[in-house]
Design a protein around this ligand. Structure first.
Ligand SMILES: [Zn+2]
Length: 224
């Protein structure tokens, strides 16, 4: 039965995703610089269980970063959105509620962008950057991002921090040993397996000071 719909999924999401992730220069995957800069990004929030704790760790270390938020979460937790902004971080969009583009029909894709941008506007956040959930595109994703004047940002490195199999120690080593100049780093402040953002936040308590000692400067997606 699955084989019947396989060509449809292949054409609708797998090929567009492969194209934009691997070959297209229309999406941002790294910072085009030789300077010792990196961009930390956090997806899927805001989440009252984790985002405030993460903001505390970022403040302690004097690090600014970018949050790719779900518009429905942003609407639910406007105080956290205000705190993110007042502490100098940057906000991008990660869709309305993390629906997979494979299962989003063209009109649903349109509505997802329309509702999300509206919600963020009402919160006083002008959205200029978009990261599709799981980095998956359907043929309309790029089109509607363009309609709303949004640049698409993916990542160059992640730490699998959503996985239940990944430990704090793995996240720490993966970041410390692999980060290089120009990297856009994907991490999460919500979703994932049970309490996984707590592991990310704990790992960052040691990773951030170390990266600073190595001479890295942290930039926002808007600086790319
Ligand atoms: Zn996500």
């Amino acid at each position: 039965m699955y084989w019947d719909i396989f060509p449809i999924i292949l054409g609708y999401a797998v090929l567009p995703s492969l194209y934009y992730r691997s070959f297209s220069n229309k999406v941002i995957k790294t910072a085009p610089t030789k300077d010792k800069v990196i961009a930390l990004t956090f997806d899927d929030g805001p989440d009252p269980r984790y985002t405030p704790k993460l903001l505390d760790v970022l403040r302690t270390n004097g690090v600014k970063c970018t949050f790719f938020v779900l518009a429905e979460n942003a609407q639910r937790y406007p105080d956290i959105i205000n705190r993110i902004r007042s502490e100098g971080h940057y906000i991008g969009l990660h869709s309305l509620r993390h629906k997979n583009a494979i299962f989003s029909l063209p009109d649903q894709t349109r509505k997802d962008f329309f509702k999300s941008v509206n919600i963020m506007n009402k919160l006083g956040v002008k959205i200029k950057f978009f990261r599709p959930p799981w980095g998956i595109f359907n043929p309309l994703t790029y089109h509607y991002a363009k309609v709303y004047n949004l640049k698409i940002v993916l990542w160059s490195i992640h730490a699998m921090d959503w996985s239940r199999w990944v430990t704090e120690d793995y996240i720490r080593k993966r970041l410390i040993n692999n980060i290089k100049s120009g990297d856009i780093i994907l991490l999460h402040d919500s979703r994932g397996s049970k309490n996984s953002p707590n592991r990310t936040i704990t790992a960052l308590k040691t990773v951030l000071p170390l990266l600073k000692r190595k001479g890295y400067h942290f930039i926002l997606v808007s600086d790319l």
